[in-house]
Design a protein. Structure first.
Length: 170
């Protein structure tokens, strides 16, 4: 059974590609909501979806001092490894491609798009009528998301997210 991981830039339609691929393969689509739900199966009391590891962001200074960081990282790995072992899954984000880089039966994809196309897609999704405001919001969202994902990957895996080679584009 196939296992596909997708890392994606905001506006590169990686989420849509992942959903479509899961439908076509008849596979489980594992996005943020599915991963959070799967963590509940481990009977981890007090699991917070806003924890940096589960929210795909790097922890702030005070969160780094919290002893729960290790627990969330282990919990996230357990969920992803379980889905990889079971197969028939399309995993969106969470560093799945990095975590499973040594697993040969996993296809690792990173979707990219030119900056202008990303801006257009994010602006269209915002629903903002004022073009200048929509562009400013989209630029901010792209900049913030790229920064947060890069910091998250550096925090969890000590890798530069931008240096991960793409398997597919746009």
């Amino acid at each position: 059974m196939p296992v596909v991981t997708i890392s994606w830039e905001l506006g590169s339609d990686g989420d849509s590609i992942g959903r479509g691929l899961a439908e076509r393969l008849g596979a489980r689509y594992l996005d943020n909501a599915a991963i959070i739900a799967a963590t509940q199966e481990y009977d981890a009391t007090g699991t917070r979806p806003s924890a940096p590891e589960l929210a795909e962001r790097a922890p702030n200074f005070f969160e780094r001092l919290n002893e729960e960081r290790r627990r969330y990282a282990v919990l996230l790995r357990a969920v992803i490894y379980r889905y990889a072992a079971e197969g028939n899954a399309v995993l969106l984000g969470y560093g799945g491609g990095i975590m499973l880089r040594e697993v040969r039966h996993v296809l690792k994809i990173k979707t990219l798009a030119p900056r202008d196309l990303r801006l257009q897609r994010v602006m269209a999704a915002s629903g903002e009528r004022d073009l200048a405001a929509a562009k400013a919001q989209a630029e901010d969202a792209i900049r913030r998301t790229d920064r947060d994902r890069a910091r998250h990957m550096r925090y969890l895996f000590n890798v530069d997210w931008a240096d991960q080679p793409p398997t597919t584009c746009c």
